[in-house]
Write a protein that binds this ligand. Structure first.
Ligand SMILES: NC(=O)C1=CN([C@@H]2O[C@H](COP(=O)(O)OP(=O)(O)OC[C@H]3O[C@@H](n4cnc5c(N)ncnc54)[C@H](O)[C@@H]3O)[C@@H](O)[C@H]2O)[C@H](O)CC1
Ligand SMILES: [K+]
Length: 522
């Protein structure tokens, strides 16, 4: 699913109005009605007090539409205008007039904390104060209102985005935005829902279809995309009946050190479990028996050293090489990496200590083959690209880094983001059960195994991240988050593949009846 930028959303609105010959007032009506429908379906007329806080722009206008429909349907509504600015938008004013037509209880203006209403924990707050139009610092009293919401403990439903969040920069203080229980966002998820510093402001979110022009939605290229089943499925390569193991590549996994042979085992198992034809591990001597005994499917080459990698010497022709898992960062291992990189032409995945070593000797980065995949967690990323001021700067730095070295980088996190060719591929699968030892080693194995089978490196990174998260999701259904360990993620890979071909997921977008009618007519 495409993640549109703020500018693209505004452009889409204008284009939709032109092509469908509807005014922006009617587009706002559609948006508000969609939210009303969502609430009505769940509330079924319940008389819980609903406090609707409207700004003076179009986000506030949406709030007025919601208020009007809730009032018409007999809900217990209180509407407020948060007067942070005297330039009320034209569409806001149009819907203000419409609201006046259905109630004598006109919205109450709020100018300062003395106007804040009492809100009980059982009440519902609708936050329609700021949407994507927020473009400058917010007045202190408006931030106090956000905190008044939070202190009330009432369920808060944000319209489009939690008020106070910018679409393109982080906020400095946690008290400067609304903390929403749910956000109903129009047309496209917003990038801020996926970044660690801003995602926390909404516990859940959902996208509502407001019938933007289908051609605009289809043809507009975005800088970011949310990756779900629909996005990965077209890349799946089926297996031919007459295929043999030589068709699926030979992966070489280089890593391990005394006490960290298990990491290589996990990677190698994941590589084979995702479909690679053959896997060879290159490990220090001390790991030989452990590897052969615990994972008989893998072949083993040992380094001349007992406890660490000191020279990378092999007489096989791998299709892909993964380097770094459990390797440690000792001088001799770094030297071995240096020699290896200067000779190597085979596609590469670099993880863990491989990344840490590259961070200590950045001059080696230029030897990485084009489209090498790097899989850092946040600390490894910081060592690699330096500190960042906020998530947006982090993304810019990663884009610049991947461009400079022509590599693919996966920023691992709750929503892992693959950065390739200036574009962000945001993964939608995975859960907190993955916060466990060895889950990164498994991800490296999955990606390596896909590369071995001939998937393009960008697809291997995106699809691999998806499968890793999906396995964990399916595993967690039986095991819960706490009991899930890295080995389970490997065990559930088969289910993750099978799940690709189950009934398609219901679309993340709820279709409006009006929109479907229009599509039928077209
Ligand atoms: N396709 C869609 O997604 C649709 C979205 N809609 C809703 O419209 C808003 C965006 O509306 P806009 O009027 O552009 O902005 P806001 O209501 O978010 O914003 C505020 C308003 O106030 C000014 N302003 C900005 N920052 C400040 C500040 N710190 N202090 C004071 N004033 C400020 C700014 O200039 C704006 O005028 C979107 O999020 C949706 O909710 C449409 O309803 C339908 C289509
Ligand atoms: K809002």
């Amino acid at each position: 699913m495409k993640i549109f930028s703020k500018a693209q959303i505004y452009a889409g609105d204008t284009l939709t109005s032109e092509r469908q010959k509807i005014s922006s007032i009617e587009l706002m009506e559609r948006a508000g009605v969609q939210i009303f429908n969502w609430m009505h379906l769940r509330m079924q007329g319940a008389q819980v007090p609903i406090h609707i806080f409207c700004g003076i722009g179009n986000n506030g206008g949406d709030g007025l539409v919601i208020a009007r429909h809730l009032i018409i349907h007999g809900y217990n509504v209180k509407t407020y205008i948060v007067d942070y600015n005297n330039k009320r938008s034209a569409d806001f004013l149009a819907h203000y007039e419409r609201l006046k037509g259905v109630t004598k209880a006109w919205p109450e203006p709020i100018h300062d904390p003395s106007d804040f209403p009492e809100i009980a924990p059982e009440d519902i707050i609708v936050d329609a104060i700021f949407g994507i139009g927020l473009n400058r610092p917010i007045s202190k009293w408006v931030k106090d209102l956000f905190m008044h919401f939070r202190k009330s403990q009432a369920f808060t439903l944000a319209v489009d985005v939690p008020s106070g969040l910018f679409t393109d920069k982080a906020i400095e203080n946690e008290n400067d935005a609304v903390w929403a229980g749910f956000t109903l966002s129009f047309a496209s998820p917003k990038l801020i829902f996926f970044l660690p510093e801003t995602a926390k402001y909404t516990a859940q979110w959902e996208i509502l279809d407001i019938g933007l022009d289908p051609e605009f939605l289809l043809t507009t290229e975005t800088d970011a995309e949310l990756i779900g089943k629909a996005e990965v499925l077209p890349n799946y390569i089926p297996r031919e009946r007459f295929s043999h193991k030589g068709d699926f590549g030979h992966a070489l996994i280089i890593g391990g050190s005394y006490g960290k042979i298990g990491a290589v085992t996990l990677t190698a198992r994941a590589t084979l479990s995702v479909g690679a034809g053959l896997v060879t591990t290159y490990i220090p001597k001390c790991g030989y028996t452990a590897m052969q005994a615990s994972f008989p499917e893998a072949m083993v080459i040992t380094d001349s050293h007992e406890e660490k990698i000191t020279k990378i010497n092999y007489n096989i022709k791998p299709t892909v090489i993964a380097f770094g898992i459990g390797a440690g960062t000792e001088g001799e291992t770094l030297e071995a990496l240096e020699h290896f990189l200067k000779e190597n032409k085979t596609p590469l995945v670099i993880d863990a200590d491989g990344l840490n070593m590259l961070s200590t000797k950045k001059s080696l980065l230029k030897y990485l083959p084009e489209n090498t995949i790097l899989t850092p967690h946040p600390k490894e990323l910081e060592r690699l690209i330096g500190a960042w001021k906020d998530d947006f700067e982090k993304l810019d730095k990663v884009k610049a880094f991947t461009k400079k070295y022509k590599v693919i980088l996966i920023i691992k996190g709750a929503y892992s983001i693959t950065v390739f060719n200036d574009k962000l591929f945001v993964n939608s699968t995975g859960n907190p059960g993955l916060a466990t030892a060895g889950s990164g080693d498994v991800l490296t194995g999955i990606i390596t195994g896909l590369l071995a089978q001939g998937y393009h490196p960008s697809v291997a990174a995106i699809f691999g991240t998806y499968l890793h998260g999906k396995s964990a999701d399916l595993g967690a259904l039986n095991l819960g988050f706490q009991s899930l360990i890295a080995s389970h993620v490997i065990e559930y890979l088969g289910d993750a593949f099978l799940d690709l071909f189950l009934e398609p997921e219901p679309p993340a977008v709820e279709k409006s009846p009006e929109h479907e009618e229009k599509q039928k007519e077209a």
